[in-house]
Design a protein around this ligand. Structure first.
Ligand SMILES: [Fe+2]
Length: 198
């Protein structure tokens, strides 16, 4: 997949590649990528570009992501969600890969859950406990380590998030959780919609 033509995004891809080359420890690596992502979210070129991005989350559970880039060597991807107001996602994880979820515009609330029954990852019934809620606004980056269970609650206005994932959704298992019944359902994750980031 070719490099984004938006200069700030191209610079960011080069930074992420350099971090991958230099840092083997995953949590340090993702902490460094997080730091590199922070100025990108406020970059005027990126903020202008979002006006051209189509909505990807119009209702539950039809969640999509714009797919801007997949690195041919390291496998990380650049995604985005453009969320309509007031949508609450399913409770889910992002599989066994790191995700950075950074808001460019709008406000969301992230609910965090812990699974307390000790069951196998891919099997229900799961007992979930709500362990936190935190607000995200423009410039906030939510770091989602492998396996973390969560739920995004959109705000009263549309929101746009830029996402860096360690692998492209669809290439590894992710799970939906039903907090009432405990059902655990595999999913291939958000539908990937190739989009030129320019
Ligand atoms: Fe998520």
């Amino acid at each position: 997949m070719t490099m984004p033509t938006l200069p700030a995004a191209e610079r960011f891809v080069k930074q992420v590649r350099a971090i991958y080359a230099a840092e083997r420890d995953e949590s340090t690596r993702w902490s460094r990528i997080r730091d590199a992502m922070e100025p990108l979210l406020a970059e005027p070129g990126l903020k202008a570009s979002i006006k051209t991005w189509p909505a990807t989350v119009e209702g539950k559970p039809a969640v999509g992501n714009l797919l801007f880039y997949e690195d041919p060597e390291y496998g990380f991807v650049l995604n985005a969600t453009v969320r309509n107001p007031d949508i609450v996602t399913s409770v889910h994880d992002h599989g066994d890969v790191w995700t950075l979820y950074g808001l460019i515009e709008g406000h969301e609330t992230m609910y965090r859950y812990e699974r307390t029954d000790g069951g196998a990852r891919d099997k229900g019934p799961a007992t979930l406990k709500l362990v936190g809620k935190h607000a995200l606004g423009p410039g906030t980056i939510d770091v989602v380590p492998p396996g973390m269970i969560h739920q995004e609650h959109a705000g009263p206005a549309p929101s746009v998030a830029f996402i860096v994932r360690a692998k492209r959704p669809g290439t590894f298992p992710q799970y939906f959780y039903d907090p009432q019944t405990g059902d655990v359902t595999p999913t291939s994750g958000p539908k990937q919609i190739p989009f030129v980031l320019a």
